[in-house]
Design a protein around this ligand. Structure first.
Ligand code: KIV
Ligand code: NA
Length: 265
């Protein structure tokens, strides 16, 4: 694929081709991720944790999300860029939701938005879709509701919550979402949802019988090291690698080894 679109992703599901997705919040990281051939780049509100050091995703603002997204968009050549609408800029009413989505599209150049929730945000999703803006859903463990859940543990283990999740997924497909992220739910439930829907289900902690996977890039390259959920596979230990490099640099500066004769004018 030369350039990934929302339609590409639906076609990939039809062909049984898995979708790869990673986060990026800045130009340099987005360039590496896009250049590696990723299908979807998510400008996640996890930037609140990863970039700004907040404990939750709640504090990040719409302006800050637009700053991150515009930096990412400048770097990409092929990936589809999906941008999270942050907490507080879509929940109060559908008009505000649409205004926020429009600001993201106009000011960042992103290709689609992602919102957390099902039935509760139905009217907002509809309004955004009516404006021609593609929407990705997000169900299961939705971190913007962490104070309602009170815990980051796996969601929808009980029948009632599982039934609601299934109904929400069907609703999001019916009103026109192009894909749904399922976060931290039993693999069996995620597999059922993926099987029943024609739009792709992208999992994080949702098992292997879904249509694609997403991870937070800083976690999967091991730049963060205190967050260790079961679903996280670390492909690098950059925390250790970088710490080693910084220590070497500090030593070189302290004992006068850097710069050398060749590293000066
Ligand atoms: O903000 C984020 O990084 C996300 C993914 C974990 C799906 O929403
Ligand atoms: Na998010």
């Amino acid at each position: 694929y030369k350039r990934i679109t929302t339609k590409t992703l639906v076609d990939m599901k039809k062909k049984g081709e898995k979708i790869s997705m990673l986060t990026a919040y800045d130009f340099t990281m987005a360039k590496i991720v896009d250049g590696s051939g990723i299908d979807v780049i998510l400008v996640g509100d996890s930037a609140s944790n990863v970039m700004a050091g907040h404990e939750t995703t709640l504090p990040i603002t719409l302006d800050q999300m637009i700053y991150h997204a515009s930096s990412v968009v400048r770097a990409i050549e092929r990936s589809l860029v999906v941008v999270d609408i942050p907490f507080g800029s879509y929940q109060s009413d559908p008009k505000e939701a649409l205004r926020s989505a429009i600001r993201i599209m106009k000011e960042s150049g992103g290709h689609a938005v992602k919102l957390e929730g099902g039935k509760e945000i139905k009217e907002s999703v509809k309004r955004i879709l009516n404006a021609g803006i593609p929407v990705m859903g997000h169900l299961g463990l939705t971190p913007q509701s962490i104070y309602k859940f009170g815990t980051y543990t796996v969601r929808a283990k009980e029948d009632e919550e599982a039934e609601k999740l299934k109904a929400d997924a069907k609703l999001l497909e019916k009103i026109g979402c192009f894909a749904i992220v399922l976060e931290k739910v039993p693999a069996k439930l995620a597999a059922e949802v993926a099987k029943e829907l024609t739009i792709p289900i992208i999992g994080i902690g949702a098992g292997n019988n879904v249509d694609g996977q997403v991870l937070v890039t800083h976690d999967m390259v091991g730049m963060t090291h205190e967050f260790n959920p079961r679903f996280l596979r670390r492909y690098l230990d950059l925390y250790a690698e970088m710490t080693g490099a910084f220590k070497n640099y500090i030593d070189d500066v302290k004992n006068g080894d850097f710069p050398s004769d060749k590293e000066q004018y």
